[in-house]
Design a protein around this ligand. Structure first.
Ligand code: DAH
Length: 359
C-alpha cells in the first residue's frame, strides 16, 4: 500500500501542468481509479482485515487527494506568474498617434468663437431648438403678420398635446436665447448663445439646418461704441489678422434699434479672399442696440438697462476663414471632406495657445 502512495506522490510531484494533475486524479481517485478499486475490494475482506486496511486506505486516499490539491494550486500560481512575466506592458512608452477622426469645422469654429468671447467676459447660454413662437418671434418684437416671420421660411411644428399649447417652431435664429438668458440670469449680462437654427432654404450658401451664435451684453451704460470695439476685437482674433476694418451699415431688425449690418473690408485677388485690405466689403453679421420691448420681454427694466446684441452665422464665418466653398458639403458626412477640412481634437483653441491649427 505504501508503494502505491509513494508512486502517486512521486507522479504528483512531477506533474507539469493542470492537465497532468487532472489525469492523475482520475487515474488514482476517479470511479475506476486505482485507489477507488482498492476501496471496493474492502467489501470482500474479512472484518478484522478490513478494520486495519480500511482506515489505512482512507488515510492514503486523503493524503493523495491533499497532495493533488496542493500541487494543483501550486501549478495555477506558477502558470499565473509565467503569464504575468510574459504579458508585461511598458506604461512609460509614448502612445502612437492614431487618427480615429477629426473635429468638424463647425465644432472647431464654435470653440474658437467661445474662446474669444470668454476672454471678454461672455459666458455661454443655450436654449431649445424647438421653440415657442413667442420666444422665436413675439418676444423679439416680431408680432404676428410681421413681414419678418414670412421672410424667415419657418418650419412650423404640428400642434401637439392640448389644444391650448403654444404653437411651436424650429427656431429660425439664436435670438430667442437672448430672452431666455435675460429671464434666467437678469442684468447686467454678457452671454453668447451658439447653436443650431432651421429655415426652409437650400442652395450653395443655405442649408435647412445651420448654426448661429448670438451675442448679448446688457448694463447701465452700454453704447454702440462698446459694440464696435467688441466686434473689432472678435473679428481680429477670429480671422487671426492684426488689421481689420469694419463698416457699420444702417439696417433694420425688429429686435434692435438702431440696427446695423457689419461688413469687413476685403479684396478678391485671383478669386482669393483677403480680409483687412482692398476695396470690397463682405457682410459678416447683424447687430444693434437691443430694442426696449425686447429687454422688457426678458423681464428687465429697459429704463435702467440697455445693451447691444449681434448674430453671426457660424458656418458662414467657417467658410470664410477656412476657404470652404459650399455649405451643403458641411452636412453630407463625406469622410473625404471631413478628413480634408477636419481639425485635431487634441488642439483646444485658446487665445494664448493659438486658435486654429488644421490637421
Ligand atoms: N437673428 C438675426 C438673423 O437670424 C441675426 C441678428 C441680427 C441677431 C441682429 C441679432 C441682431 O442679435 O442684433 O438674421
Amino acid at each position: 500500500m505504501s508503494d502505491l502512495k509513494k508512486k502517486y506522490l512521486k507522479l504528483i510531484a512531477n506533474a507539469k501542468d493542470e492537465a497532468d494533475i487532472e489525469s492523475l486524479r482520475i487515474q488514482a481517485l476517479g470511479k475506476k481509479g486505482e485507489i477507488s478499486l482498492k476501496m471496493r475490494e474492502l467489501g470482500k475482506m474479512k472484518p478484522d482485515e478490513r478494520k486495519i486496511a480500511g482506515p489505512a486506505l482512507n488515510k492514503m486516499k486523503d493524503e493523495i487527494s491533499a497532495a493533488i490539491s496542493a500541487k494543483k494550486m501550486a501549478l495555477i500560481d506558477k502558470a499565473f506568474d509565467e503569464r504575468l512575466r510574459a504579458e508585461w506592458l511598458d506604461v512609460t512608452l509614448p502612445c502612437r498617434t492614431v487618427r480615429h477622426g477629426s473635429l468638424h469645422p463647425v465644432s472647431q469654429v464654435r470653440e474658437e468663437v467661445t474662446a474669444i468671447f470668454a476672454e471678454m467676459g461672455f459666458s455661454v447660454a443655450e436654449g431649445p431648438q424647438i421653440e415657442t413662437d413667442w420666444y422665436n418671434f413675439d418676444a423679439l418684437n416680431i408680432p404676428e403678420h410681421h413681414s419678418a416671420r414670412a421672410e424667415m421660411d419657418t418650419f412650423y411644428l404640428k400642434q401637439f398635446g392640448q389644444k391650448n399649447n403654444p404653437p411651436r417652431v424650429l427656431r429660425t435664429h439664436t435670438s430667442p436665447v437672448q430672452i431666455r438668458a435675460m429671464e434666467s440670469f437678469g442684468a447686467p449680462l454678457r452671454v453668447i448663445c451658439p447653436g443650431r437654427v432651421y429655415r426652409a432654404d437650400y442652395d450653395q450658401t443655405h442649408t435647412p439646418m445651420f448654426h448661429q451664435v448670438e451675442g448679448l451684453a446688457l448694463d447701465v451704460d452700454i453704447s454702440m461704441a462698446n459694440l464696435k470695439w467688441v466686434l473689432e476685437e472678435f473679428t481680429k482674433a477670429y480671422f487671426e489678422i492684426e488689421k481689420i476694418d469694419l463698416r457699420f451699415r444702417a439696417s433694420h431688425f425688429p429686435f434692435t434699434e438702431p440696427s446695423a449690418e457689419v461688413d469687413i473690408r476685403c479684396s478678391w485677388e485671383d478669386g482669393k479672399l483677403k480680409l483687412g485690405e482692398g476695396d470690397d466689403w463682405l457682410e459678416i453679421l447683424g447687430s444693434g442696440m437691443v430694442h426696449p420691448k425686447v429687454i422688457s420681454a426678458g423681464g428687465i427694466d429697459p429704463d435702467v438697462y440697455q445693451g447691444f446684441a449681434f448674430g453671426v452665422g457660424i458656418d458662414r464665418i467657417a467658410m470664410l476663414k477656412y476657404g470652404m466653398p459650399d455649405l451643403r458639403a458641411f452636412f453630407d458626412s463625406d469622410l473625404r471632406w471631413l478628413r480634408h477640412y477636419g481639425f485635431s481634437y487634441l488642439d483646444v483653441p485658446t487665445l494664448h495657445g493659438g486658435l486654429s491649427r488644421a490637421v
